[in-house]
Design a protein. Structure first.
Lengths: 266, 292, 356
């Protein structure tokens, strides 16, 4: 097997010194893999990503326990500038473009973390992955469509030549076809650039299709982990996250057994 | 006709200075979304620093000028470090009030050190800068202010449009969390914008001081005059700041010349209210793109 | 329903009425009553004329600050023109009293109404503007009103100022600091009480909804613009009453005091007191008024020192500096203001010795 790139070891995250969101989360990410992090709203997926990328601090959050090791240094509670310099780039939830900058200027901001600025060939590579951006390069990002923006922000993160890319819900609010296209590109990036990716998703079906490994979170804890194929086959996952029961029958809330099984997860 | 031309030229030169003062203001707003009510004080501090260096310390003008700029650059940096950094992310009213408090403090210090008297710079501008012809006379300082205004306009335009640091500054103004996630050094951007703003303010303070003499109250009141200028031009636009400055400068000199001197100081604000009602984001401001 | 004697250690409220209650226990009510009795029955008789004068000015500031807090702290509309509105109130009362010979009990509320109307006019930009653009629009309002007060000589007598007649209330002359003490503080207490209760009503809740999220408020069916105007109106009414009292108290007024510095002073009161807290604005007004007086006497002390006799000290410089410093320090270290300090102190006493 390949080496470990990131090792999150039993971390707790507390916001404003009061609200504990993560209660001992551990996960490990191997180089050149796509790891997907699934779970319902409020399970702590985004917080986990922010703990890794150092973006908890502006929100008054802190890693209070445990360690986050990237390659061989502990990066828990480090400043986001330092973490991005080490090669961890997070793509924020909800796209977050620079609305008043053109698409190309948006992409240029992506190089902020690099000491040596890359030449135009890097931009060309981004446009090669996302051909839809080429004809929008001079227009303000604020006027682009959701799909274009999602491509732009992923491209923007790629400009930083990340070793580890954290994607937070790239499918949010997009048409199924666009989601499919973007996930295809994510897979290509992983294969061609060798970028390690942590993918946070609500769309479990899509995520498990391209991921190698998966973690399921509930209430600030990891409740299940396994290879993506295994998770896809797991009857509980199928029922709770993919919406189908093993035998294909529609789910019903009358079913007390299923309810109890669900309870055990929480 | 000659009177008209004379007013026109005065208006343009004063306008460039307003534009220059507004430029620094726009810099701060663009990068950190802070409305700096202490800008007039920065203008005044620049002028007084230059005055002290030239008259008390007897440093030659050509050396005193860069020294003043360096000093105010450092001051701007310091202000951001000490006072504004803890406030990152606080709501608007606190930031406004903090700069108002700073304005009050600086004004107090300046009154304490220099008092409320009017000072004059020694005459040091070479006479070849002046322009005479067609019945009008343009004193050297007006030529200087126009030149300085133009140079800075071009410089800043290029800086924001093409340089990496300029684009980072705009990105921080636009979406701070996203800029942070990409590793833009937000703190450096803030500090830099304050430093540059203080420098530009000092610049306009010096030139204004040459024209009108140096007095704490007069120079600090420029800080309030900046508001109509930037609203006219749009809070985000460098070119708009200069153009807004020109419009306000011309409006002032013409009202002063033809209507009444007392109306001079309110006209900009009356225009301001009308513009805010008709075009809330100024003539060149960015229309707020709100997507939910 | 039995009144609670002690603070419950949890949320045991069972109705909206309980939720909205001002005093949670009878002790709070008793303490306030005792305070009021102390204020009205004891303070005017034990304090010197100078101290009474200071207290009276502070009382006027309380009215103005509470009014501004309704606008900034509760409705979230930043106004930099409060000083000018106070000027409008002062001139309103002066003109009503001199030209129309209205008695005080009519002139003061009418001045308030005039100011409310002016305030609503300058609140109109809030249809389209919010945040800092609105702040700048009100700044323009400040300068325009200042200009009108100085230049409209037919009405305001310009920089000459207006001298007011002796204040009388129902035939009784109000004379001296003690007479004004009762007038000012009766109004201050009444208007503070009204403001406190305003936020237990439908309109008050609408104000707060607009402050917290104007778009969401609009989505819930709150007519945002009329409420914003109403907030401007109420706030300016308070400013007008404060200005009118000021005019009667000082007997003669000129346009000078109603400048931007006064506006800033009032915002400072609101912030130092605590945004969105009526009690806080009372504290803030007292604090700033007290600070002003302390600085003044400190300066007198300094100039009389033999050591500094020869130096040309500038009274404005010291005041400006300390005033600015106070604002900056409060914002950096206690942005929730004196109201928060008060709350912490109180709960420390209440919870002592087990402070968790």
């Amino acid at each position: 097997m390949t080496e470990k790139l990131l090792q999150v070891n039993n971390i707790s995250v507390v916001y404003s010194d009061v609200v504990q969101v993560l209660k001992g989360v551990s996960l490990s990410v191997e180089r050149n893999r796509i790891v997907s992090l699934l779970g319902s709203n409020g399970a702590g997926k985004t917080t986990t990503l922010k703990a890794i990328s150092g973006l908890l601090k502006p929100e008054n959050g802190k890693v209070t326990d445990g360690s986050i090791t990237f390659i061989d240094t502990d990066i828990a509670n480090a400043a986001p500038e330092d973490i991005t310099r080490k090669g961890i780039i997070q793509v924020l939830e909800g796209r977050q473009p620079f609305k008043y900058l053109t698409v190309e200027e948006n992409l240029r901001v992506g190089t902020a973390a690099l000491r040596e600025k890359p030449g135009p060939e890097k931009l060309a590579m981004i446009y090669d992955y996302f051909p839809a951006l080429v004809k929008r390069r001079k227009s303000l990002a604020g006027y682009c469509s959701g799909g274009e923006l999602q491509m732009m922000v992923i491209g923007r993160a790629l400009m930083a030549q990340p070793a580890l890319l954290l994607l937070d819900e790239p499918s949010l609010g997009l048409a199924p076809l666009v989601v499919k296209e973007i996930f295809g590109i994510i897979k290509r990036i992983n294969e061609e650039q060798g970028t390690t990716i942590i993918l946070v998703e609500q769309n479990a079906r899509m995520a498990l299709r391209i991921a190698h490994f998966g973690y399921v979170m509930e209430n600030g804890k990891i409740v299940m982990e396994g290879k993506a194929e295994d998770l896809q086959e797991n009857p509980d996952i199928r029922e709770f996250y993919l919406g189908t029961k093993a035998d294909g029958e529609r789910k019903s809330y009358d079913n007390v057994k299923a309810y109890k099984r669900r309870k055990r997860w929480l | 006709m000659e009177f008209f031309l004379q007013l026109l030229i005065n208006g343009i030169s004063i306008g460039f200075l307003y534009g220059l003062a507004a430029l620094g203001f726009v810099m701060i707003f663009k990068s950190s979304s802070v409305l700096n009510f202490a800008h007039g004080e920065l203008v005044a501090i620049g002028a007084f620093l230059f005055l002290t260096l030239v008259t008390s310390a007897k440093i030659p003008v050509l050396l005193a000028f860069p020294l003043t700029l360096a000093g105010t650059f450092a001051l701007g940096f310091l202000i951001e470090r000490v006072f504004l950094r803890p406030l990152i992310g606080e709501s608007l009213i606190f930031v406004i009030m903090l700069t108002l408090g700073l304005a009050s403090m600086f004004k107090g210090i300046m009154l304490f050190v220099w008092g409320g008297n009017l000072y004059m710079f020694p005459d040091f501008l070479p006479s070849w800068l002046s322009f005479r012809g067609a019945g009008i006379y343009v004193p050297p300082v007006y030529v200087l202010s126009t030149a300085v205004g133009l140079v800075f306009l071009v410089l800043f335009g290029f800086f924001f449009k093409y340089s990496s640091q300029g684009i980072y500054m705009r990105s921080v103004a636009d979406n701070q969390p996203a800029a942070l996630s990409l590793g833009v050094n937000v703190r450096r951007v803030f500090a830099l914008s304050w430093a540059i703003a203080a420098l530009v303010a000092a610049m306009s303070g010096i030139v204004l001081g040459i024209i009108n003499g140096i007095n704490v109250h007069d120079l600090t009141s420029i800080g309030m005059k900046v508001f109509p200028v930037v609203i006219l031009g749009g809070l985000e636009s460098i070119g708009g700041a200069i153009l807004g400055g020109l419009i306000i400068g011309l409006l002032e000199t013409f009202t002063g010349g033809y209507l009444s001197p007392s109306l001079r100081d309110v006209i900009p604000y009356a225009v301001l209210v009308v513009i805010l009602l008709v075009r809330p984001y100024g003539l060149f401001g960015l229309v707020e793109i709100e997507r939910v | 329903m039995a009144r609670l004697q002690f603070h419950p250690c949890g949320n045991y409220r069972e109705s909206y009425g309980e939720e909205l209650r001002i005093f949670e226990t009878d002790y709070g009510r008793a303490a306030l009553l005792a305070g009021l009795v102390l204020l009205f029955a004891v303070v005017p008789f034990i304090s010197s004329a100078y101290f009474l004068y200071v207290i009276n000015l502070a009382g006027i500031a309380v009215i103005g600050a509470v009014g501004l807090n309704i606008l900034i702290g509760f409705t979230g509309q930043i106004s930099l023109g409060h000083g000018a509105f106070i000027g409008v109130g002062a001139y309103g009362a002066a003109i009503l009293a001199t030209s129309l010979h209205l008695p005080l009990f009519l002139a003061v509320p009418l001045a308030g109404c005039v100011t409310a109307a002016v305030g609503m006019i300058f609140g109109i930009p809030s249809v389209r503007l919010k945040g800092l653009y609105l702040a700048i629009a009100t700044l323009a309002g400040q300068f325009i009103i200042e200009y009108v007060l100085i230049q409209w000589e037919g009405l305001t007598k310009g920089t000459m100022g207006i001298v007011l007649p002796q204040a009388t209330l129902f035939g009784l002359p109000i004379s001296g600091d003690r007479g004004f003490f009762y007038l000012i503080f009766a109004l201050a207490v009444f208007m503070t009480w009204t403001a406190k209760n305003l936020f237990r009503t439908r309109s008050g809740r609408a104000f707060m909804a607009i402050r917290d999220n104007d778009r969401a408020a609009e989505g819930m069916g709150i007519p945002v613009f009329p409420y914003k105007l109403l907030a401007f109106g109420i706030s300016s009414f308070y400013a007008g009453v404060a200005g009118a009292l000021w005019a009667y108290y000082t007997m003669s007024i000129t346009p000078e005091p109603f400048n931007l510095d006064l506006s800033i002073e009032y915002i400072a009161m609101v912030i130092i007191g605590g945004l969105g807290s009526i009690t806080g604005s009372v504290f803030g007004a007292l604090f700033i008024s007290g600070l002003n007086e302390i600085l003044r006497s400190l300066f007198d002390l300094l100039t009389n020192l033999p050591l500094l006799q020869g130096m040309e000290l500038n009274p404005a410089a010291l005041r400006q500096f300390v005033f600015g410093l106070a604002i900056v320090l409060f914002i950096l270290f206690e942005p929730k203001g004196l109201a928060e300090v008060w709350r912490v102190v109180r709960s420390n006493f209440r919870l002592w010795p087990f402070s968790y």
